[in-house]
Design a protein around this ligand. Structure first.
Ligand code: PGA
Length: 253
């Protein structure tokens, strides 16, 4: 059975002390609840807090991921962080191709593919974000756009490598806007993505791939979204910054 995953993408938020407080709060809350055994919690703090958050996770209930990685192996790339560095910190995951990176830092599918290759080479699991912008949905092009992102970002991989991929469908018009995709909109896109994977890699791989929903997911709508057969959890932005909200979502299965 594929994993249920709830991943918190903190983006560029919180000072060090605030981040420390947030993890403590999350742990305290996790200790007081019984989480579904198939549910995996992932925290993705900003780079400077990765070690602090990882230290907490030693004896705890969540895994840790970065929000971005370089497409290059090492060398003169000022300000970049390599997959080898993340691997040496024993991190497990990394978000790639988030729509904010695609929009503000001009990340293409080709760059996403190169980052995915780096992560896999260094034994990290990529959480690969795809999703259409509002104009594309209004023009009825959402399936086409997402298919291109999935194909160009991921379908160069072998079936063995693809088994380490987590996909996050994040309609850009729903990110940070308070406007969530309806459960039907999420399910139909997730099913579309799973069909693409099945055609490329076969049913066994498609059935094992976790496909997360992202975009204004909160405790009040997580249950409805996660109830869909092809929605395997969420990539959570705003609501991951408050322990109560984040845990409310993690317990929505
Ligand atoms: P949001 O962000 O939950 O704040 O909409 C989701 C994301 O960007 O991953």
């Amino acid at each position: 059975m594929r994993k249920h995953i709830v991943a918190g993408n903190w983006k560029m938020n919180k000072t060090f002390n605030e981040a420390d407080e947030l993890v403590s709060d999350i742990i305290e809350k996790l200790e007081s609840i019984e989480l579904d055994r198939n549910t995996q919690i992932i925290l993705c703090p900003p780079f400077p807090y990765l070690e602090m958050v990882s230290d907490y996770s030693d004896d705890s209930y969540f895994l840790v991921g970065a929000q971005n990685v370089s497409d290059q192996e090492s060398g003169a790339y000022t300000g970049e962080v390599s997959a080898a560095m993340l691997e040496s910190m024993e991190l497990d995951f990394c978000i790639v191709g988030h729509s904010e990176r695609r929009a503000y830092y001009h990340e293409t599918n080709e760059l996403v593919a190169a980052k995915v290759n780096q992560l896999l080479k260094h034994h990290l699991k990529p959480i690969v974000c795809v999703g259409e912008v509002l104009e594309e949905r209004e023009a009825g092009k959402q399936f086409e756009v997402v298919e291109k992102q999935v194909r160009e970002g991921l379908f160069h991989l072998s079936a063995t490598d693809f088994a380490d991929i987590i996909i996050a469908y994040e309609p850009v018009w729903a990110i940070g806007t308070g406007k969530t995709a309806t459960p039907e909109q999420a399910q139909e896109m997730h099913a579309h993505i799973r069909q693409l994977i099945e055609k490329q890699y076969g049913k066994a791989v498609a059935d094992e791939t976790s496909i997360l929903y992202g975009g204004s997911c909160k405790p009040s709508n997580a249950k409805e979204l996660f109830a869909n057969p092809d929605v395997d959890g969420g990539l959570i932005g705003g609501a991951s910054l408050k322990a109560d909200d984040f845990i409310g979502i993690a317990t929505a299965f």
